[in-house]
Write a new protein. Sequence first.
Length: 254
Amino acid sequence: MTIKVIALNTFKEAVRDRILYLLLFFAALSILVSRILALLTVGDGAKIIKDVGLASISFFGALMAILIGTGLVYKEIEKRTIFTLISKPMRRHEFLLGKFFGLVLTLLVMLALMSVIFLALVFFHTFSVEWKMLLAILYIFIELILITAVAILFSSFSTPILSSLFSLCFYLIGHFSWSLETLIKKIPAGIFKVLAQIVYTILPDLENFNFKTEVVHGLTIPPQVLLYSAAYGFLYTVFILSLAILVFRRRDFI
């Protein structure tokens, strides 16, 4: 019940943040610009709209999670309201999880709005409802849940600016970790190859949630791949949230 109350209050607070609507505006603008690109480019215009639209939803959704999430805990500390909250019969992990679920709910609403704009644009171009796009959007949402957990983790011990920087690095590393795998294949057997393999295993692989290409080009996605990606996202999110709770419990606010 405590987590639910905090989550709803966090949602109400987040939807009043002007940054959220500014990002939503630019996301919608980026999706609409894809229509112009489709008209100016020689080739399959529908695929261009889908590619750009899904990429816009993913990128601006991540920015929402980072910019809003990294300030959730810090604002409570800066306003000194954290002392009132933790003095009540409320555990620290309930406070943190409430913030997390509140932001997840906010992102769900924002993602739904961006998806409606995107699907409507695709419909006006192809005159058909592209329901298969929802699969790519679903896994974008799973990725955003993980990014939210990361933002909450950094927010629990750092300032919003540093937390945003750390979270953005996590996002970029997560989408380019595949290059490390390529590098590992070229490293000769030895201690450096083992160390590189360990680093690759620890680093996030956000490409597990990227099914844009497969969906846009109508490629078949094996069910086991979808299950693996969903399980990966769930377990990694639980791991990050566990770290955040551990750090937050040990933090001294005096």
